[in-house]
Design a protein around this ligand. Structure first.
Ligand SMILES: CC[C@H](C)[C@H](NC(=O)C[C@H](O)[C@H](CC1CCCCC1)NC(=O)CCNC(=O)[C@H](Cc1ccccc1)NC(=O)N1CCC(N)CC1)C(=O)NCc1cnc(C)nc1N
Length: 330
């Protein structure tokens, strides 16, 4: 089997992408953030206090003839940006892009943090990290990809995220029409549960490519690209008026500045992020100061290849044994 679904940016600066999914019988449609940086599938639900719901679609297990309570099971998750949620667990039919998993663990939120309440276009997450990261207790649950794997034509899913446009996620096949040339693969280290791999180096603008192994995680749920401070300072040294602002928590620069491109390596292949992707957003709607899409990872303890980087390529997440990740030019 295969599946294919849209990845729709939820705002004008691609802060996140949501994908239509259906849960239950008859199908209830929700827009969820497919997140390779976590492994919980959770949704706003009829169990979420109405004071914490602001425009989100909700899943009501009581309205589904195929829902089953996973009794005694709970979950609680905390994300890198400090947001979080917790609740109970049902199993139900779950489909993405025509690909169905019966009795998928669907984690129903009983509490969500304020940033989720405020994000009305996001009805929950589909974790596509390794199932070891799942927070359901007493027994952890499998991700949609792990459940779908036995019925997939190929043990892969792909991400084709786009700049200020709708892209796609495919399951079970690699769509040759979505990239040119070949996919370059590199090994993935699946502990502790992220899609962890290395870049083979980088270049700032037309500068020489610096060959250096940079380990990090490819994370569709993270908006920006977070790399070691030395690389980030080398980049913004090329930007007139750029400064690392304590106030704004990162590099900012005049919106009128000319930004260089940023190239990263996967093994012998090279992928260039256009300057426009790195001119991420104005710090406020009327400001002439802009916030960079490339920021330092020093506070995170890990480098994160987030959407700013991933949208510059066609990315294959391969669940083969051993797992690997592939990048194609588009
Ligand atoms: C089982 C836990 C699980 C694996 C967890 N995984 C993650 O945190 C990575 C995961 O990909 C999550 C998935 C997000 C969570 C928020 C909602 C959207 C998806 N990514 C992050 O937290 C990366 C940092 N956040 C981001 O990149 C969010 C994403 C977002 C998008 C839309 C709306 C709201 C938030 N972006 C922003 O806040 N932006 C606003 C500011 C702007 N400058 C950039 C964009 C983890 O590592 N948690 C450990 C952890 C706990 N506590 C902390 C403090 N840090 C941690 N890393």
């Amino acid at each position: 089997d295969t599946g294919s679904a849209a990845a729709v940016p939820i705002n004008e600066v691609d802060i996140a992408y949501v994908t239509p999914v259906t849960v239950g019988t008859p199908p209830q449609t929700l827009m969820l953030d497919l997140d390779t940086g976590s492994s919980d599938l959770w949704v706003f639900s009829s169990l979420t206090p109405s004071s914490q719901v602001r425009g989100q679609e909700i899943y009501s297990p009581a309205k589904s003839s195929t829902s089953k309570l996973l009794s005694g099971h709970t979950w609680s998750i905390r994300y890198g940006d400090g947001s979080g949620s917790r609740g109970t667990v049902y199993t139900d039919n779950f489909t993405i892009g025509g690909l169905e998993v019966e009795s998928q663990a669907v984690q129903t939120a009983q509490e969500v943090s304020s940033s989720f309440t405020q994000e009305q276009s996001l009805d929950g997450l589909v974790g596509l990290g390794f199932s070891t990261l799942n927070t359901v207790r007493p027994s952890s649950q499998l991700t949609f990809f792990d459940n779908a794997r036995p019925k997939l034509d190929e043990e892969v899913f792909t991400a084709d995220l786009k700049y200020h446009a709708t892209g796609s996620y495919d399951f079970g096949f690699i769509d040759r029409a979505k990239y040119t040339g070949n996919i370059t693969y590199t090994p993935v280290q699946q502990s502790p549960g992220y899609w962890t791999h290395s870049l083979s180096g980088y270049a700032v603008g037309s500068g020489a490519f610096q060959s250096t192994q940079i380990q990090g995680i490819s994370d569709t749920g993270t908006t920006l690209l977070y790399l070691p401070t030395a690389i980030v300072t080398a980049y913004y040294r090329q930007v007139q008026g750029a400064q690392n602002s304590q106030y704004y928590g990162g590099y900012v620069f005049p919106c009128s500045s000319t930004l260089p491109t940023f190239t990263f390596g996967i093994e012998g292949a090279r992928f260039t992020i256009p300057a426009s992707y790195i001119n991420y957003t104005r710090i406020s709607p009327t400001s002439s100061t802009c916030y960079g899409g490339l920021q330092s990872s020093s506070g995170l303890g890990i480098n994160i290849f987030g959407d700013v980087a991933l949208k510059a390529a066609f990315v294959v997440f391969s669940g083969t044994n051993p797992p690997r990740i592939g990048f194609g030019t588009k």
